[in-house]
Structures are given as C-alpha cells and as structure tokens.
Design a protein around this ligand. Structure first.
Ligand SMILES: Cc1cc2nc3c(=O)[nH]c(=O)nc-3n(C[C@H](O)[C@H](O)[C@H](O)COP(=O)(O)OP(=O)(O)OC[C@H]3O[C@@H](n4cnc5c(N)ncnc54)[C@H](O)[C@@H]3O)c2cc1C
Length: 381
C-alpha cells in the first residue's frame, strides 16, 4: 500500500504564504496573463535575485552554504505561490530544485562553498545535461564520454533538449567515464561544467512549437574539464542521476504549469449562468485540489526523509494528464458558450498553453516511463 501522508498544519508555512503573496503582488504587478502563463519558461535574473534576497531560494539548505534551514513545507509554499501567480521562475528553477540539492548531497566541499551560496542568492543559473540524441528515456545508453587525462577530463559528445544552456552558468553533465554504453549503469559519472569558461563546447539553439528558444544542443569536442569538476564518486553517476531525477519530479510544478489557463477561463466565464460551465469549473477545481493534496503528501514524505519516488511519479503522471486536458476542455467550453464574449487574454493564454502542453508528458520522464516506475512500485511488474 502506497503512503500519501496528510501534511500537518504548518503555522510558519501559512504565515509565509501571506508574505510571499504580498511580495509577488508588488514584484510582478505588471505581468500580462500571457506572461504569467509563461511562468516556468519566463527567464528573469532580476526576479530570481529578488527572491534570493528575501531568503526564498535554497530554503532548506544549511546556513553555512547560504541556505536558510527552513522546512520542505515552507519551500513548497514559495514554489506553489510563485507558480500560481505566474512569476518568471526559469532563471533559478533548475538550480534551486535539483542542481543545488545534488551538489549538497554529492558535491565536494569546494563545490558546495563556492556555488550553493550563489544559487541561494538567485545568482547562478544551471542546466541539466542528461538527454542525448539516442539517449532520452534510456538514459543508461548515454554516449557522451569524459576521458581521464592529466589534470582532468576531455569530454566529447552531444547533449540535447538542454533547457537554458545558452543562459546557464553551469551544467551538471551525466556522462560515461569508463567502459562502453553496453555496460549500462556502470562507468557513468556526473561532472560540473562551467558554461562560461569551457573551451571546446558549442551551444546551438532549438526553437520549440511556440517559436521560443529554451532548448539547445550542446556539443563537446575534446572539451577540457579540471579534475575538480567531478561530482561525488567516479562510476557512481547512475545512483546520483536517479537521485537528481527524484528532486526533478517531486514539486507542484507538475500540476501547476497550466494554472493561468484555468484562472483566465474562470475569469471569462464569471457570471455565466450555464450549468455546463459551472460543472466543468467545479470538476477541474476538485481535480486540482486532489492533485495538490497528493503533491503535499510527497512534500510530507520528503520532510520526513522518506523515499517519495513512486508517489512523485504518480503525481507527475496525473498532473500531466490534467494539464494536457485543460486546453481541450477550455476550447470546447468557450465554443459551447457562444453568448459569452471570451476575452483576448483567454485566447492568448489558450493558444500558448496548447503549444506547450504536449511537452508536459515528456519533460522529466515520459508518461510510459513513469507508468513503468509506478507499476514496479506497486509490485505489478
Ligand atoms: C520541456 C522539456 C524540457 C526538457 N529539458 C531538458 C533538459 O534541460 N535537459 C535534458 O537533459 N533533457 C531535457 N528534456 C528532454 C527529456 O528529458 C526527454 O525528452 C525525455 O526524457 C524523453 O526522451 P526522448 O525525447 O529521447 O524520447 P524517447 O526516449 O525516444 O521516447 C520516445 C517515445 O517512446 C516511449 N518510450 C521510450 N522508451 C520506452 C520504454 N522502455 N517503454 C515504453 N515506452 C517507451 C517514450 O515514452 C516516448 O513516448 C526536456 C524535454 C522537454 C519536453
């Protein structure tokens, strides 16, 4: 039986919620509904620094690394409120969610001391170097190779779909340091790549369906990385990258990336006497609240130091399904209500969300891969 524990009432977290809401109301007052819909794709270093200055990044980390030693629930409140408000979170998102925690868990003292305080200040952008042209779901087939050479490593290979590589200060590169792809999990490692100072590395843009540039291809051609770039233990890359993916899958962004569409839909249908509109909004809201309850259950497990990999996969899969249904439901509902003037904002947010929604069941692990994890977790496989 899978445990989804009830989150306790957390006084400090709820007090923090009011503070975060007041901050966001002032800080992003001018953002249009379309800009708010772009939230997790909105790149704004100034906003990330402002959040860092409030102590709302690296929240659970030790103070000696620039953190604030607060609870998982308090961090959850900040993540949830920034997404619900449609704040531009992309510049700090990856670093705060998974790269920082990975360094905290496996990094050398020097890596922790030099980088974690910068992430906590909102001043350090990370990208994820996992996927490759022939290695997405099957991450163990990774072919990018770091050959040990005097003083460090020479890296050759290509990373694909690398969000924010063109903006990032660092990448955590998952690659092979010994053996061959046939060895699967053995012989892989994680290396820290300085994106501003590594020679032999080229970043090329990939434009997405919405015509925006978030993704990249990153080519390494005999790029030199110093020995100090190794994160954790050579050959332990598979365990480390699985731990990084668990951080990636556990948060409320897995059901809040389409939230602005629901907000605009409710705004457009406000005052409508239609039974269909009321029932649909009621059903969507109930679904959202259920997802939120499950997601807070994952936060509770993490706060208790328990493994939440299967529960996080369930929330991500259910969340992606909800988020992908939302644009279709919104479209049919607006069509079904010809007497209501749907607003320009709703249509702009709908168009944007329709173009990004296909990615929700790919990023961070595809639907089929997550269902495999869930089946194994339930003992059905
Ligand atoms: C918005 C977004 C942001 C991303 N950002 C990053 C990033 O920053 N860094 C990074 O490294 N990657 C990133 N990715 C890449 C993402 O992790 C991969 O797209 C994903 O892991 C799938 O890999 P793939 O695209 O190679 O597809 P494939 O693995 O080729 O899968 C294609 C299809 O086959 C199915 N499939 C594959 N294997 C199996 C199996 N064993 N059983 C059943 N079905 C299977 C998949 O479910 C999928 O439907 C991002 C992707 C998106 C959409």
């Amino acid at each position: 039986m899978l445990d989804f524990p009830s989150p306790p009432h957390h006084e400090a977290a709820e007090r923090l919620r009011d503070e975060v809401r007041a901050f966001l109301a002032a800080e992003i007052a001018g953002r249009t509904p379309l800009q708010r819909a772009e939230s997790w794709n909105g790149f704004d270093r100034a906003f990330s620094r402002a959040l860092g200055a409030r102590g709302w990044l690296g929240m659970t980390w030790p103070k000696r690394y620039g953190g604030h030693e607060r609870t998982t629930f308090e961090r959850y409140v900040v993540v949830e409120e920034t997404l619900a408000a449609g704040a531009p979170v992309s510049a700090h998102w990856i670093a705060d969610r998974q790269s920082g925690p990975t360094l905290l868990k496996f990094g050398s003292e020097a890596q922790k001391e030099s980088i974690l305080p910068r992430i906590a200040a909102g001043d350090c952008v990370f990208c994820i170097g996992m996927s490759e042209p022939d290695s997405g779901s099957d991450l163990a087939a990774v072919r990018t190779r770091a050959e040990p050479v005097p003083g460090g490593w020479r890296v050759t290979g290509t990373k694909l779909w690398t969000t924010n590589a063109h903006e990032a200060d660092y990448m955590i590169l998952f690659c092979r340091t010994s053996g061959s792809p046939a060895d699967r999990h053995k012989g892989t490692s994680q290396l820290l790549v300085d994106m501003k100072a590594t020679e032999g590395m080229t970043v090329r843009p990939i434009y997405d369906l919405a015509g925006q540039h978030h993704f990249n291809e990153v080519h390494f051609d005999q790029a030199f990385l110093p020995a100090t770039a190794l994160i954790g233990t050579e050959g332990n890359g598979w365990n480390q990258v699985m731990s990084e993916l668990a951080f990636e899958r556990s948060g409320p962004e897995r059901f809040l990336s389409s939230i602005q569409l629901l907000v605009e839909l409710i705004r457009a249908l406000r005052g409508s006497g239609s039974d269909l509109a009321q029932q649909t909004i009621g059903r969507l809201t109930a679904h959202l609240l259920t997802l939120r309850r499950l997601s807070r259950g994952v936060a509770t497990l993490l706060e208790e130091g328990r493994d939440a990999a299967v529960q996080a996969a369930i929330v991500k899969d259910l969340g992606a399904t909800f988020e992908q249904e939302l644009p279709e439901i919104a479209r049919s509902l607006v069509d079904a209500e010809p007497d209501r003037q749907s607003t320009r904002d709703l249509l702009a947010v709908l168009a944007y969300t329709m173009m990004v929604a296909p990615s929700f069941s790919l990023r961070g692990g595809t639907r089929e891969i997550l269902r495999g994890i869930i089946a194994r977790g339930l003992g059905a496989r």
